[in-house]
Write a protein that binds this ligand. Structure first.
Ligand code: HEC
Length: 182
C-alpha cells in the first residue's frame, strides 16, 4: 500500500518534469538572430579566419599562425562562443530582427519577417543549419586543442561553408550561386 502510493507520487513528479521540459518559458531570448550574428558569431569566426593563412603583398609573403599559449587560448575561447551561439539560435521565440529593422540590401536579402516565416515553417531545417555551424566550430576547436594550424585552416573552410549554407537558405536565397564562394 505504502509502495503503491510512493510510485504514484514518483509517476506524477515525472509527468510534471516532462511538461516543464517542453515549456520554453524559462528562456528569455532578448537579442535577435541579427544581434547574435553581429555580436558573437561574426567576430568569433573572424578571429579564427584571421589567425591562420598566407598574405601575399609587395613586401613579400607572410604566413600567419598562432604561436603563444595566450594566442591558442584566445582562439579556443572563440570556438566556445561559436559552439554555444548555435544553441542560442535554436531557442524558441527568438526574433530575427527588432521591429522595424529592414534588410540592408532588399534587392538581394529577404526582409526579417520573411526570414522568420521561413524559419518557423520548418524548424528542423533551421536546426540542421545551426548544427552544421556547431559541428564546424567543434572541428576548429579540435584543431586548436591539437595546436595544428594546418587543420585550423581546413576547419576555417568548413566553417565558411556552414555560414553560407544557412545564409543561402534564409538570408539571401536570391543571390546567384556563382557569386557566393568567399
Ligand atoms: C543557422 C543559420 C545561420 C548560420 C549557421 C549563420 N548565420 Fe549569419 N545570419 C543568419 C540569418 C538568418 C541572418 C539574417 C539576419 C538579419 O540580419 O536580418 C544572418 C546575418 C548575418 C550577418 C549580418 C548581421 C547584421 O548585423 O546584419 C552576419 C555578419 C553573419 N550572419 C555572419 C555569419 C557568419 C560569419 C557565420 C558563420 C561563422 C554565420 N553568420 C552563420 C543565419 C545564420
Amino acid at each position: 500500500m505504502h509502495a503503491i502510493r510512493v510510485s504514484v507520487l514518483v509517476g506524477s513528479l515525472l509527468l510534471v518534469g516532462a511538461c516543464r521540459a517542453q515549456q520554453p518559458a524559462d528562456y528569455r531570448p532578448t537579442a535577435t538572430v541579427k544581434d547574435i550574428m553581429d555580436s558573437i558569431v561574426d567576430p568569433s569566426a573572424d578571429a579564427l579566419w584571421d589567425s591562420v593563412g598566407t598574405t601575399i603583398s609587395a613586401a613579400g609573403t607572410e604566413q600567419r599562425a598562432p604561436h603563444t599559449d595566450e594566442e591558442w587560448a584566445n582562439l579556443r575561447r572563440r570556438t566556445v562562443q561559436l559552439i554555444e551561439a548555435t544553441n542560442l539560435l535554436l531557442i524558441p521565440g527568438r526574433h530575427v530582427a527588432r521591429p522595424g529593422e529592414k534588410a540592408e540590401d532588399p534587392k538581394i536579402q529577404l526582409a526579417p519577417e520573411q526570414i522568420e516565416a521561413l524559419i518557423n515553417e520548418d524548424r528542423q531545417a533551421w536546426t540542421r543549419r545551426a548544427h552544421g555551424l556547431h559541428d564546424a566550430a567543434v572541428e576548429a576547436q579540435k584543431a586548436i586543442e591539437a595546436r595544428n594550424a594546418e587543420a585550423l585552416l581546413d576547419a576555417g573552410d568548413v566553417l565558411d561553408k556552414a555560414c553560407e549554407n544557412c545564409h543561402l537558405t534564409y538570408w539571401y536565397p536570391r543571390k546567384p550561386a556563382a557569386a557566393t564562394s568567399k
